[in-house]
Design a protein around this ligand. Structure first.
Ligand SMILES: [Zn+2]
Length: 68
C-alpha cells in the first residue's frame, strides 16, 4: 500500500497515511484534530515549492511545514 501525504485544511497539519489507491483521492480523517477536511499533497503536478490547491476556498500553506 502506498504512503500518501495529506494536509488538514483545518489545523494545517501534514500527516502521512497508508491508504489504498481507491482511497487516495478521498479526504482522510486528520489524526491531530479529527477534522474531515483534508486533501492529499499531490506530487504529480505540484512539486517544486508551489502551493497545493485542489479544493475550493483559500488553502493557506503553512510557513513552516514539517513535511517540506
Ligand atoms: Zn487537523
Amino acid at each position: 500500500m502506498p504512503l500518501y501525504e495529506f494536509v488538514c485544511d483545518e489545523c494545517e497539519t501534514g500527516f502521512e497515511l497508508l491508504v489504498g489507491f481507491s482511497q487516495a483521492d478521498q479526504p482522510q480523517t486528520c489524526p491531530t484534530c479529527g477534522g474531515l477536511h483534508t486533501h492529499r499533497k499531490v506530487s504529480t503536478f505540484a512539486m517544486g515549492g508551489g502551493a497545493v490547491r485542489n479544493t475550493a476556498g483559500p488553502v493557506a500553506r503553512p510557513a513552516s511545514s514539517p513535511f517540506t
